[in-house]
Design a protein around this ligand. Structure first.
Ligand SMILES: Nc1ncnc2c1ncn2[C@@H]1O[C@H](COP(=O)(O)OP(=O)(O)OP(=O)(O)O)[C@@H](O)[C@H]1O
Length: 838
């Protein structure tokens, strides 16, 4: 069998695929290992010798732990990594498993057990995969012999590889213009139908920024700085703009020493090695870029389009983003090269644990001013000096003028754009400009039109104001707003740390949480009175203007990208002034979401047509309620706890599965969602896109528009939104998200968080979270043995805060509190505190 065939492992087996997804998503992408495992280093060895490129090859790089499983000289397996037992030298086990993939044997039990193990983190970095017919010893010997090959030969080889690559521009690549004269107001512009991107989602619906202390033992990875990337692209001492690597072979020669020394190190190791100089592109990047038939500029351009928190996204989301942006390339190769360019595992590999919060806090800055932001901002034309058209300018780059303001530095990043500081050309006053670049992507454009249509209606002291906006019809939307200087509540919570090692005393923590959340509550009340649901309430979307007195701090709710109008049934007023009206029957009310089409019309001043996607009373509410009850019953009967259901949903009836697992949304029970989602406005990237399915017309009719499209950030998603047919977005979802926000402020950790998405969904659906932590912070528990009676008397109990939070996080919509009640309860606690603490 030719060597290339020996290395070829086809990805037919669904179990294996699921396993792969499971491994990728259960593993934290920050560990810098998982994605790279898709490539087995000898692939290049073989490719070089045969000059063939087998894109479909499923090969991988070994992590150091995995490598320890093999004899480095003979390449034979030493340990059976499922059982951690030495393998007999006669190779019995190897023979046993020969010819089949370890995870593709179709043995569901074994596969499940393995996933369980991975989930438990016990074998977290032992995700092995058996490659049929691979002669490891031969591969290793070949590998070693190539180590001694002369650098010149390798260099020549690389040059050949590179010159064979025909750089092609990927769809949607930027056409640069030197002038910017196409600004038009939205009502004058028509949306170009010539979208060359294929985006399934016009809103990233991004995961919230992970709290650095959310998982232990995760190595801290920081993106390369702009200069490091620039250097790594150009090589030391090179004039970036002069370099056309594929023409002149500069890259090959620049990277030659690195490539030679690389042989004995894993990808991660190479970053960590003492000699690792970031002036070189990591390892096999050149050959990967060549294989992708892309130029480095195109790769950089692609990186510039990625969401700010791309590197922190779960594998499935990253895959989706890549496929959306550039569907015609090998996403695995792309993910590998992007990761290599974007990440630098610091040599010290800071292990983030409860005890290392200061380090984590220092590193995990908010998006504004973060290393990631700076890194990404380096991909604006001003930052990328290596682009051929270095003289060209883009309308959103620093120094450009828009609406009488000069654009300044980047202060934040969103899913599809950035936020720049800007200065009034006449007065010099400082503001902020949110720039959403859609270019010719209709969906993103429609989404931002929708955002503006909602945002411009909002005038409240705790809502970031939209001062002016301007649409550059075929490029971007510009939104002028106030510049807020205090970061976000996310930053604040990071600085506080977790409750058990809290940097501020818990009483102050509770008090500040109440003060700040009362302002968010006020903003939400205002929005709900206008029948607008925010849809993405989270720590990161609460900007903070600090004053010398903490009690004077001001919150501004921002980001209306997920916001939408809902039509409310008069019989069940939401947030009525009456004090404690429960949200009884709320889901029965008929909400209406405006389609992007309608939003566009509205913003252009042509509203008042019948609204699509109308849901009748019966369509969601009661059905939803009874389903939840049924689901809880099943959970109870089957005794499904977080701990005994590592897969979250494996033993649930199919009907309930889709609510909990993206994989199932993608295939079995609700197969048509994939197709529907691709037609609808926003597709939640939490959906698994690995199992394409063509829906029949009947299926499409039965299911309707993507029901999960209003999930902003999964950890903040209300359980009803995870239902197979969730109610449309309404105030109740905001209230749940407010509860998640409150909880996180108080405890320093998200109530529902798991790296493995289906499990997180199961946690949300079950509504179970760590109440003990909350009781401790709010001091509602009676058990405080180490506290004297006197101390107990002095230390106030935050019963109102505790109750309000529990009211927000009531899974049962009938039990979930309304904003007025939450407000009253929070204020009660403040009143009680006032004589003591004011
Ligand atoms: N007016 C402002 N002043 C200072 N910083 C801001 C301002 N607006 C936004 N930011 C920063 O930029 C970040 C992103 O802003 P915003 O959430 O509006 O963008 P987005 O594209 O809607 O993001 P997302 O991807 O979360 O939807 C905020 O979290 C904040 O850190």
């Amino acid at each position: 069998m030719p060597p290339t065939e020996r290395l070829l492992v086809r990805d037919h087996n669904l179990d294996e695929k699921a396993m792969r997804e499971s491994v990728a998503s259960s593993g934290d992408s920050r560990d810098g290992i998982r994605d790279d495992e898709l490539y087995f280093e000898p692939k290049r060895v073989y490719r070089r010798s045969t000059d063939s490129s087998s894109r479909s090859s499923l090969v991988r790089v070994y992590s150091e732990n995995e490598r320890a499983n093999f004899d480095q000289v003979t390449g034979s397996r030493i340990y059976d990594d499922l059982k951690h037992r030495p393998i007999p030298s006669d190779g019995k086990i190897a023979a046993e498993t020969e010819g089949r993939s370890l995870v593709s044997v179709g043995d569901a039990q074994r596969s499940r057990k393995r996933r369980l193990s991975l989930n438990d983190g016990r074998y977290g970095d032992m995700q092995d995969e058996y490659i049929p017919d691979l002669d490891f010893s031969e591969a290793v010997l070949h590998w070693q012999s190539e180590d001694s090959a002369s650098p010149a030969v390798l260099s020549q080889k690389l040059r050949n590889d590179s010159s064979n690559a025909t750089p092609t521009r990927f769809p949607g690549s930027i056409t640069r213009t030197n002038t910017w004269s196409t600004d038009r107001e939205p009502n004058s512009g028509s949306v170009s139908p010539n979208s060359s991107y294929v985006f399934d989602s016009s809103h990233a619906q991004v995961e919230p920024i992970p709290l650095p202390n959310a998982s232990n033992g995760v190595s801290m990875i920081t993106p390369l700085s702009a200069s490091e990337v620039s250097k790594s692209i150009t090589g030391p001492g090179a004039n970036a703009s002069d370099v056309d690597p594929f023409k002149h072979g500069h890259l090959a020669s620049s990277f030659q020493p690195r490539k030679v020394s690389r042989r004995k190190t894993s990808v991660c190791e190479s970053y960590n090695s003492a000699s690792s100089s970031l002036t070189y592109l990591p390892d096999n990047t050149v050959s990967i870029i060549a294989e992708l038939r892309m130029t480095p500029e195109e790769v950089l351009e692609l990186i510039g389009k990625l969401p700010h928190d791309f590197v922190y996204m779960p594998y499935s989301q990253r895959k989706k983003v890549i496929l959306d942006l550039i569907p015609n390339k090998d996403y695995k190769l792309l993910m590998s090269v992007i990761k290599k360019l974007m990440l630098k595992s610091t040599r010290s590999s800071v292990s983030i644990s409860k005890n290392s919060l200061p380090a984590a806090a220092a590193t995990a800055k908010s998006r504004h001013g973060s290393v990631a932001s700076q890194f990404l901002s380096s991909f604006s034309p001003a930052g990328v000096t290596s682009t051929p058209s270095a003289n060209s300018v883009r309308p959103d780059e620093k120094g450009m003028e828009i609406m009488g303001y000069s654009l300044g530095k980047v202060i934040g990043f969103g899913a599809w754009g950035m936020i720049r500081e800007c200065h009034n050309l006449e007065t010099g006053s400082v503001k902020a400009m949110k720039i959403v670049r859609f270019r010719n992507n209709m969906k993103v454009k429609n989404q931002v039109l929708k955002e503006v249509s909602v945002w411009k209606e909002l005038h409240h002291q705790n809502i970031l104001p939209l001062l002016q906006w301007k649409l550059n019809d075929d490029y971007a939307m510009y939104c002028l707003t106030e510049r807020i200087h205090g970061g976000t509540i996310y930053d604040l919570v990071i600085s506080w740390g977790e409750y058990d090692t809290s940097k501020i005393d818990l009483v102050t923590r509770c008090k500040l949480t109440i003060i700040l959340c009362l302002q968010v509550t006020s903003a939400l009340k205002y929005m709900h009175k206008k029948y607008i649901a925010h849809g993405d309430v989270k720590l990161e979307n609460c900007l903070l203007e600090k004053q010398s007195e903490a009690s004077q701090w001001k919150v501004f709710l921002c980001d209306f990208g997920m916001s939408c109008h809902y039509k409310h049934c008069e019989a069940f007023p939401v947030d009525a002034d009456s004090d404690s009206e429960p949200l009884t029957n709320l889901p029965e009310c008929s909400y209406t979401q405006l389609s992007p089409y309608m939003e566009k019309k509205k913003i252009a001043g042509h509203v008042n047509e019948p609204l699509p996607f109308h849901r009748s009373r019966s369509s969601s509410g009661l059905r939803h309620g009874s389903r939840m009850v049924k689901f809880h019953k099943i959970m109870k009967n089957k005794k499904l706890t977080h701990d005994d259901t590592p897969l979250g949903i494996s033993s649930l009836p199919k009907t309930y599965g889709p609510a909990l697992t993206s994989a199932r949304i993608g295939n079995s029970s609700f197969p048509s969602l994939r197709q529907i989602a691709s037609q609808s406005t926003a597709l939640t990237p939490t959906m698994d896109m690995t199992s394409p399915h063509q829906a029949t017309d009947e299926e499409t009719r039965a299911v309707g528009p993507d029901p999960h499209s209003h999930i902003g950030s999964l950890p903040y998603a209300a359980p009803e939104l995870l239902e197979p047919s969730p109610p449309p977005l309404g105030p109740a979802a905001d209230i749940w998200a407010l509860g998640v926000t409150l909880y996180t402020m108080l405890t320093g950790k998200l109530p529902f968080k798991h790296d493995y998405e289906p499990r997180m969904r199961a946690m949300i659906a079950s509504g179970k979270f760590d109440r003990k932590a909350l009781e401790t912070v709010c001091r509602v528990t009676t058990e405080e043995p180490d506290v004297t009676r006197r101390e107990r008397q002095d230390r106030p109990r935050f019963t109102g805060l505790y109750n309000a939070l529990m009211g927000c996080l009531a899974s049962d919509l009938n039990q979930r509190w309304e904003l007025d009640r939450i407000e009253t309860s929070l204020k009660d606690d403040l009143m009680k505190l006032s004589p003591l603490y004011n």
